[in-house]
Design a binder for this molecule. Sequence first.
Ligand SMILES: [Zn+2]
Length: 86
Amino acid sequence: MSRGNFGRCAGCGAQIIWIKTKAGKNMPCNTLLVDYKADGGKDKIVLQTGEVVSGTIVSSQDNPDGSGYTSHFATCSNAKNFRRRR
Ligand SMILES: [Zn+2]
């Protein structure tokens, strides 16, 4: 088994990758790797190790601290379909 499992978003049909976080939760992420700076910014970056880092997504020319995935919930065009009401 690889670290991530590819799947498809039930909301918008986009390809996603499931990353198991350190907390033991499977998080749906966008398959595109992004570069980030670990500066405590508002973006949440999910590393391939399952660690979730607060930082800012930057371009590869901008001295990134590393690369990781972004949560698909943040960008899903149908994210509201996921929200469950109790
Ligand atoms: Zn989606």
